[in-house]
Ligand binder design. Structure first.
Ligand code: G6P
Length: 366
C-alpha cells in the first residue's frame, strides 16, 4: 500500500499529501497531553539514557546533507532556545573537507532520511573517533547511521520513494522540535512556551491539511512561473531554512535556477539582481521577524521587484504593495513550526518529479 501511487500521479505528490498522517505517526506515543495534574511533555525513548549527557554538552552540532541539513537548520533556533546550548551547523562534506573540530563534550546529531548517505556516514565515523556523543535521526530502521550512532530517534514518516525528500523533511523538523523539548528543562519560566509548542504540534496535522488545500493556488502560481529562468526565495529567522529548502526543491525538481536568500543579507549583494522581471518569493509570516520582512518587501517593491509574498492568514493587507505582487496566506502556527507549512510553496513546476535528472535518492558514494 505504501509503495503504490494510489490516486496520485507521482510518488512525490502522494508523499506531500501523506503529511497529515506522517507527522501524526512521527509524534505518536511521544507527545504526552498531560492530565489534570500531569504536565504536557515529550518522551523520546531512544534518547532517555543519554539525555543527561546531552544536557551537559558544550555544544550541539547538527550534521546532514541536502534537505536533511535544511531540516536541522529549521530546528536550530528552537533547540538553542529551549536547551540554552549553542548549536552549530555542518554540511557533512564540508565538515570532512575541513576536518573541523569535534570534541568529547559535543553532542553531534546526524540527520538523514535514508541513514545511508556516504558523507553523513563518514562524518559520523569522524565524530565517533573524536569522542562526541553521536545521535541519529533517520527514517530507516537498521540503516548504517541508525546502527553506528550511540542513540537516536526514528522519524517514522513511512517509506519515501520520490528522490526529492518531502514528508521526511516535515517529520525531521517535528522530531527536532521534540528533541528541543526533551533536552530543555521543564522550568516554571518556560512552561507556557513549552505548552504552546506542544499544543502547536498536536494541532499540526490539521494545519497541514489546511495548507494542502492551497494546491490549486500553487498550480496557478506555477503556471505564471513556468517560463522563468530563475526564482529567488527570501526568508529569515525560522523561515531561512524554508527559503533554502523551497529553492532546493525548485532547483532539483523543476530544473529551474533558484536561490534561498537570508533576507538580512539582502543589501549585501542580492538587491543588485532585483528588477521588474525576476520573480521573488518573500516569506513574511507572523513571528519576531515580521516587521523586518515588511521592510524588506517595501525595499524590493521600491526596486520594482515582482513579488510573491507568503504571509499568515489575515495579514494580506499588511504585506501588500500594489498591483505587481501576489499574496498567499497560510494558517497561523507556533513560530518555530512555520517551516512545516511554508514547505508546500515549493512545488512549482512538474517535470519528472520522482526522479530528477542526475540525482539519486541515496547518495552512497562521495
Ligand atoms: C540526496 C537526495 C535528497 C536528500 C539528500 C540527503 O541528495 O536527493 O533529497 O535530502 O540526498 O539524503 P539523506 O538520506 O541523508 O537525508
Amino acid at each position: 500500500e505504501q509503495i503504490n501511487k494510489g490516486k496520485y500521479e507521482h510518488y512525490m505528490q502522494k508523499e506531500i499529501h501523506e503529511q497529515p498522517e506522517s507527522v501524526t505517526t512521527t509524534m505518536r506515543g511521544r507527545l504526552i497531553r498531560g492530565g489534570s495534574c500531569k504536565a504536557k511533555t515529550v518522551l523520546l525513548g531512544g534518547l532517555k539514557d543519554h539525555l543527561k549527557t546531552i544536557r551537559r554538552s558544550r555544544r550541539i552540532v547538527f550534521v546532514g546533507c541536502g534537505t536533511s541539513y535544511n531540516a536541522a537548520l529549521a530546528a536550530r533556533s528552537i533547540v538553542e532556545e529551549l536547551s540554552g546550548i549553542p548549536v552549530t551547523m555542518e554540511i557533512a562534506s564540508d565538515l570532512l573537507d575541513r576536518q573541523g573540530p569535534i570534541y568529547r563534550e559535543d553532542t553531534a546529531v546526524f540527520v538523514s532520511q535514508s541513514g545511508e548517505t556516504a558523507d553523513t556516514l563518514l562524518a559520523l565515523e569522524y565524530a565517533l573517533e573524536n569522542g562526541a556523543l553521536c545521535v541519529g535521526i533517520t527514517n530507516t530502521v537498521g540503516s548504517a547511521i541508525a546502527r553506528h550512532t550511540h542513540c537516536g530517534v526514528h522519524i517514522n514518516a513511512g517509506c519515501e520513494i520520490g528522490v526529492a525528500s518531502t514528508k521526511a523533511y516535515t517529520s525531521q523538523i517535528v522530531v527536532m522540535a521534540m528533541l528541543a523539548l526533551a533536552i530543555g528543562g521543564d522550568t516554571l519560566s518556560n512552561q507556557a512556551r513549552r505548552e504552546a509548542i506542544i499544543d502547536g504540534l498536536f494541532d499540526l496535522p490539521r494545519k497541514v491539511k489546511e495548507v494542502l488545500k492551497l494546491d490549486e493556488e500553487m498550480k496557478d502560481l506555477a503556471k505564471l512561473l513556468i517560463a522563468e529562468q530563475s526564482l529567488l526565495v527570501f526568508g529569515r529567522g525560522y523561515n531561512y531554512a524554508t527559503a533554502l529548502e523551497g529553492a532546493l526543491k525548485v532547483k532539483e525538481v523543476a530544473l529551474m535556477h533558484s536561490e534561498g536568500i537570508l533576507a538580512g543579507e539582502m543589501k549585501h549583494g542580492p538587491l543588485a539582481l532585483v528588477d521588474e522581471n525576476l520573480p521573488i518569493v518573500v516569506i513574511a509570516t507572523r513571528d519576531s521577524c515580521f516587521s523586518k520582512q515588511q521592510s524588506v518587501i517595501q525595499q524590493l517593491h521600491a526596486r520594482k521587484g515582482r513579488l510573491i509574498v507568503m504571509c499568515t492568514q489575515g495579514d494580506a493587507a499588511s504585506v501588500s504593495v500594489g498591483g505587481t505582487s501576489r499574496v498567499i496566506e497560510v494558517p497561523q502556527v507556533a513560530d518555530c513550526l512555520q517551516p512545516l507549512l511554508a514547505y508546500h510553496l515549493t512545488v512549482l513546476r512538474g517535470y519528472n518529479v520522482d526522479q530528477p535528472r542526475n540525482l539519486a535518492k541515496s547518495v552512497t558514494t562521495q
